[in-house]
Design a protein around this ligand. Structure first.
Ligand SMILES: [Zn+2]
Length: 293
């Protein structure tokens, strides 16, 4: 599906509309809950928007879904152990250190943080013990996980115009991003106000967004652009927040073949954001265009 097609879906909002309307849409609810599969996803993908909300006095809350400690007593897979080496963190320190990075980023953005009680995919037994598995199909025995995540976020709450939830689109197909996307879909299907954000660094690869939209369309899910939020006024704050994750920068930006240095990171993120915003840095959001049939 191209953007042009998406914009013609009934009820969708034209992504090329003047920024004023999209800003009004952004600021309409009083509460803003950002679902981040991992420590770092919120700053990377929608840090500029989070800082805009904070500047307007609407303190966004970041819920890190897969931020729990590795289950005590379970051995790490060699794959998980290799990740720790890459991050320069050992098992005893990994969650504490990553939480401290998240807190530093959130303080810069003006957000608060809570961590849900689910461990990262690399700690869930040996289901995801390779790069291929981590970016493959979620394990069949985890079919209940999106529902559990949605329940932890108050899926049973009655929909309210007062709260918007931001969920990842799942671009790049990391299994944890797919699970939180599914949780976002569940909340959206219940009538909750959910905007899906474009996952970075994954969306920075050529055609990654289009292929994700095609994949979800094949599952019967039609998404349409909800808003394109200009983030020029909070851009420096976003970059500052992204740089508060020293343990992750090498792994995150090597995905795009970019050295983990400030200038290269800024240039890469700006290139994507300006492509989204037609020359000015922006972050784009999508919504469910029609119920799944
Ligand atoms: Zn992530």
């Amino acid at each position: 599906m191209s953007e042009g097609d998406a914009a013609t879906v009934p009820g969708s909002l034209d992504p090329r509309a003047p920024g004023g309307r999209d800003r009004r849409l952004l600021f309409a609810p009083r509460r803003h809950l950002i679902l981040a599969p991992h420590f770092d996803d919120a700053a990377l993908s929608l840090g500029g928007t989070a800082a805009l909300l904070a500047a307007a006095g609407l303190t966004p809350e970041i819920a890190v879904v897969f931020g729990a400690e590795p289950p005590a007593g379970d051995p790490l897979t060699p794959f998980a152990a290799a990740m720790h080496v890459r991050w320069g963190l050992d098992r005893g320190a990994v969650v504490r250190a990553r939480r401290a990075e998240e807190d530093a980023a959130a303080a810069l953005l003006g957000a608060t943080v809570r961590v849900l009680p689910f461990p990262d995919a690399i700690y869930r037994g040996d289901r995801y013990a390779s790069e291929a598995a981590l970016f493959g199909t979620p394990a069949a025995d985890e079919a209940d996980l999106p529902g559990d995540v949605a329940a932890a976020l108050g899926a049973g709450d009655s929909p309210t115009a007062d709260r918007r939830v931001y969920a990842p689109l799942g671009v790049g197909s990391h299994v944890d991003h797919q699970q939180v996307f599914a949780a976002g879909l569940a909340l959206s299907s219940l009538g909750q106000d959910v905007w899906f954000y474009e996952d970075l660094p994954y969306a920075g690869r050529r055609d990654a967004l289009a292929s994700r939209l095609t994949a979800v369309a094949a599952q019967g899910v039609s998404l349409a652009p909800a808003a394109t939020v200009g983030v020029v006024s909070t851009w420096d704050r976003k970059i500052g927040a992204v740089l508060t994750y020293p343990s992750q920068l090498e792994a995150v930006f090597s995905y795009l073949g970019v050295r983990p240095e400030r200038d290269a990171i800024e240039r890469t993120l700006r290139g994507y954001a300006e492509a989204v915003g037609g020359g000015v840095p922006a972050e784009r959001f999508w919504l469910l265009a029609s119920p799944r049939g």
